[in-house]
Design a protein around this ligand. Structure first.
Ligand SMILES: Cc1cc2nc3c(=O)[nH]c(=O)nc-3n(C[C@H](O)[C@H](O)[C@H](O)COP(=O)(O)OP(=O)(O)OC[C@H]3O[C@@H](n4cnc5c(N)ncnc54)[C@H](O)[C@@H]3O)c2cc1C
Length: 407
């Protein structure tokens, strides 16, 4: 039997393990440094409250992806709003920016005039970077109030003009009207089980030799070998979900990332945030970007509540920077990977992607492999998120995918 290695047991590694086992015919090892699977999506507990590292709700425009995950960890769809605190105004506003908030802003007359001018010129079409895009879309006042400080803090840059790869930001006029619920095109959902997505990690790796608490010490990717506990192991296929610079021994230099420090706080109130508010962004000089109230996602019942605070730092590697020169370097690594080496996941693709994208990458990779060849080390899928799942109804009926409902 051919041997496959999956490096990293975060969501991407588990999704790849699942899809590869569904193909069949592979003896799969999955090696994860931490003592558990799931990475930041694993559920932890404090004072009886379940929480993950950051919000981690499942956001997707794709019914097929929702159905895939929902078959393993049944989820409930969420109805929530995103708000941002602006200290200067001593006020909370919706994000994406909502037109009904504009009359509450002290500089409303300037803002309306700047939006009208910006839309007449439509300079956002030619924007070369994130700052130009936003200033040309909504004018300077709204940009500085809602976007500038938050984004510089989020990416730890001095100026948003440095962010020159911003395909993920909304195009056109990024001001909403009507419903205040986040991004209309997406399904937003969270598992019903108290332990969140944890059952997914077990189910996805049920047919795999999982080694948690085990670090890959050295990499010899040209020869598809890795060193674990002093011994070298060779593989026919390597699926890496760690940053390509680490995988390739920094051959082309380091890839920068921003990380997060994370603090939890238990409060003596049943709920801290208003009904539809699951988390709050902070747009100003606060050291944190976001505070999450976990009960809103988990539906945990308790007289107290748990908040999680995310503080940008460089103590871990969570956010690849949307800057072209760094992305070009990541592609140097991808282009140097030999046949039979695949790189996926957020760090692995050096791309700011979410859980639904990781699943889709795994599905695309497995489908291509099953069809006889991989088109690129980083699985490429369409903007419509259209790669079909290898998960068949039969697998669910046969009990390979247990019911994840937890009472
Ligand atoms: C704070 C935060 C909040 C987020 N919120 C959401 C959200 O609400 N919704 C959403 O869809 N997405 C969200 N995301 C994005 C999404 O959750 C991540 O993209 C995803 O979890 C990344 O999974 P991964 O497997 O690619 O990476 P990771 O989870 O980082 O997995 C890589 C694994 O490799 C292991 N590893 C590293 N080096 C080695 C080694 N040498 N040997 C063995 N193992 C190694 C690591 O321990 C790690 O577990 C969020 C991300 C962050 C950072």
């Amino acid at each position: 039997m051919k041997r496959a290695l999956i490096i990293g047991g975060g969501f991407a590694g588990c999704a790849a393990a699942h899809q590869l086992s569904l193909i069949g015919g592979w003896n799969i090892d999955l090696v994860e440094r931490a003592p558990f699977l799931g990475g930041g999506v694993k559920t932890h507990w404090r004072g009886g409250h379940p929480f993950t590292f950051g919000p981690r709700h499942f956001l997707t425009p794709s019914d097929a992806l929702f159905d895939y995950l929902n078959a393993i960890v049944p989820m409930r769809k969420l109805d929530h709003e995103f708000i941002t605190y602006v200290e200067k105004d001593r006020n909370f506003y919706s994000f994406p920016i909502h037109e009904d908030d504009l009359p509450r802003m002290p500089e409303r007359d300037d803002i309306h005039r700047e939006i009208a001018e910006a839309q007449e010129i439509r300079g956002w079409k030619d924007a070369r970077n994130f700052e130009e895009y936003w200033r040309a879309s909504v004018g300077d006042t709204l940009y500085h109030k809602m976007v500038d400080g938050y984004s510089c803090k989020m990416w730890q840059v001095d100026s948003n003009a440095e962010l020159d790869d911003f395909g993920w930001s909304p195009k056109g006029v990024p001001i909403k009207s009507g419903s205040r619920e986040g991004w209309d095109t997406a399904i937003s959902a969270y598992p019903l089980a108290a332990d969140g997505y944890d059952r997914y990690f077990q189910v996805a790796t049920a047919e795999v030799n999982v080694k948690t608490g085990t670090e890959i010490e050295r990499f010899d990717i040209p020869n598809k070998r890795v060193q674990i506990a002093g011994d070298w192991h060779s593989y026919d296929l390597i699926v890496s979900t760690i940053s390509p610079d680490t995988l390739m021994n920094n051959a082309f230099g380091e890839l920068p990332f921003v990380g997060r420090d994370f603090i939890t706080i238990v409060l003596p109130v049943e709920f801290a945030f208003p009904d539809k508010t699951y988390f709050v962004y902070y747009a100003g000089a606060e050291p944190y970007t976001r505070i999450v109230e976990y009960k809103k996602f988990t539906q945990h019942k308790a007289p107290s509540t748990l908040l999680g605070i995310e503080i940008p730092s460089f103590s871990n590697r969570l956010y690849p920077l949307p800057i072209k020169k760094h992305i070009a370097r990541a592609y140097q690594y991808f282009d140097a990977m030999p046949e039979g080496v695949v790189s996926m996941g957020r760090a692995g693709s050096y791309k700011y992607i979410d859980i639904d994208d990781l699943i889709l990458q795994a599905m695309t990779f497995a489908k291509e492999l099953d069809a006889g060849g991989l088109s690129h080390p980083v699985p490429v899928y369409g903007a419509d998120q259209s790669a079909p799942s290898l998960l068949t109804k039969t697998m669910v009926d046969e009990g390979v995918v247990p019911d994840g409902r937890s009472d």
